[in-house]
Design a protein around this ligand. Structure first.
Ligand code: PHE
Length: 351
């Protein structure tokens, strides 16, 4: 194969294409020259035997030849196709529709599945579902929940503040708004609304200015619960939580209450559920304790009731709040909490 030979070959092939008059001719051309064992592919094979000095030029020419032929081929293909179209396309409106085949139907996010299952259990126990804003004010997120003015949770270190307007500076009259650090402000909103008795769960997203790691995110989900009525006691809280644990974590689940502290409940407890992976024997997931810490709870503090316009001499109530993300982590054996928010299709399609 020499350079002049290649030039002639290119001219010949293009000329042959010019004379193609039907799609059958075109198909024949393709089979002879453009397929994997066609004449152009053979020319590429022959390139191996070309002397070293001419190889670069021959290679370049050959590539040009192939591109030119392919482009011309497409051009002719399009011309032929359009000339073969029927003049006026007849639409048959009675033709049955093609079935829609869904190979990968959409589905719920694992966090949504977990949250929805929890909410459903409470709805079946007679709870309403309520929502509140994610952008809150200090009053609802802290003040009316009995947080002292100097409580460390109000610190910039924990809370994301949002300037109320562009020229706001610390010390301005207007109070900054903030991203709620828990779902407890929705409790306040429900109590302020004053439709007693209250029996509600409040799911939602919360934000904390935390170092992001495999175990903690700056944005996560909580499920809050609130029951206010005459004669509500700690025993009601305990019975309800046990029932929830047995429905959600398994019929053999046990719970245990440990004393704790929250400004808005008194007494306050931390609630553990027996590890549903090992049944309480001790495993890696429960760090060999047999227990998983699942929520915070307590009797609503009289100050909170009073500040929300409810007489603590007449009404009592309990509240609880649990994190959703870590529950979902354990449930689905996910190793890193950040995966829930990354929207990586390879991760999401597994659920
Ligand atoms: N709001 C608390 C938290 O985020 C949880 C909680 C809710 C505790 C209700 C007691 C009662 O940690």
């Amino acid at each position: 194969m020499t350079i002049p030979e290649l030039r002639t070959r290119k001219a010949e092939l293009l000329k042959a294409l010019e004379s193609v008059a039907s799609s059958a001719d075109l198909e024949a051309f393709k089979l002879a020259h453009l397929v994997r064992k066609g004449s152009i592919a053979t020319l590429f094979d022959d390139l191996k035997t070309v002397p070293k000095e001419v190889k670069p030029e021959a290679g370049k020419l050959l590539n040009e030849l192939r591109t030119a032929v392919e482009e011309k081929f497409k051009e002719i293909e399009i011309t032929l196709a359009s000339s073969q179209k029927p003049k006026s396309r007849q639409l048959d409106l009675t033709m049955p529709a093609r079935p829609i085949t869904v190979t990968e139907p959409g589905h719920k996010h694992p966090l949504a599945t977990t949250l929805d299952e929890m909410v459903e259990i409470f709805v079946n126990m007679g709870f309403d579902v309520a929502y509140g804003p994610e952008i809150e004010d200090d009053e609802h997120n802290f003040g009316k929940l009995n947080f002292a003015p100097d409580h460390p949770a109000r610190d910039m270190q924990d809370t994301f503040f949002v300037k109320p307007n562009s020229d706001w500076t610390p010390g301005s009259k207007e109070k900054p708004v903030l991203l709620r650090t828990h779902t407890s402000p929705v409790q306040v909103r429900l109590m302020e609304a004053g439709n007693l008795p209250i029996r509600a769960v409040m799911p939602g997203r919360v934000y904390r200015n935390e170092a992001i790691s495999a175990r903690s995110a700056a944005c996560f989900y909580q499920l809050e619960g609130l029951v206010i009525d005459k004669g509500v006691s700690m025993a009601d809280l305990k019975g309800m939580l046990l029932s929830f644990a047995q429905q959600f974590y398994g019929a053999d689940s046990k719970i245990r209450l440990r004393p704790s502290y929250f400004p808005f409940t008194e007494p306050s407890v931390e609630v553990d559920v027996s590890c549903y992976i090992c049944g309480g024997k001790g495993c890696r997931i429960c760090k060999h304790t047999g227990w998983l810490e699942v929520l915070g709870a307590g009797m609503v503090h009289p100050n909170v009731l009073r500040d929300c316009g409810i007489d603590p001499e007449i009404y009592t109530g309990y509240a609880f709040g649990m994190g959703i993300d870590r529950t979902a982590l354990m449930r689905y054996g996910v190793g890193d909490i950040r995966l829930f928010a990354e929207n990586d299709y390879r991760f999401l399609r597994q659920f």
